[in-house]
Design a protein around this ligand. Sequence first.
Ligand SMILES: [Zn+2]
Length: 123
Amino acid sequence: MIRLGVGLVALALLVSGPLAAMDLVRGGLAALTSHEIGHSLGLVAYGPPPHGAFADEKLAEFIANPGGSVGPHIDTAGQNLMQAGPGSGNLPPMSLGFLMSPWFFNELNLAYLQGRVVLLPKD
Ligand SMILES: [Zn+2]
């Protein structure tokens, strides 16, 4: 999902010092780990509820960037953890702004992880 660019860390070192660079690395690794754990727990299932959570959906109005909704991913508004990573597909490469933005699971993904939404098996 995320490739931590050595160049970005070097830029952070130059701009803000070693603590800011460590924050970038820590934040990127936390986002990457959360993303992969999300996959291991079933995020993001293909299709609409009650069988899926809109993985690979590109046309719905709640999709922020169709390029981030490829494969078992969904890209809704903001930096949600289950969007495809920067640099994958035709998405733009990693940027400092991307790394420094707050990350979260979108509402449907969070409800699934908290057991408030149960997806039914497909026939
Ligand atoms: Zn993924």
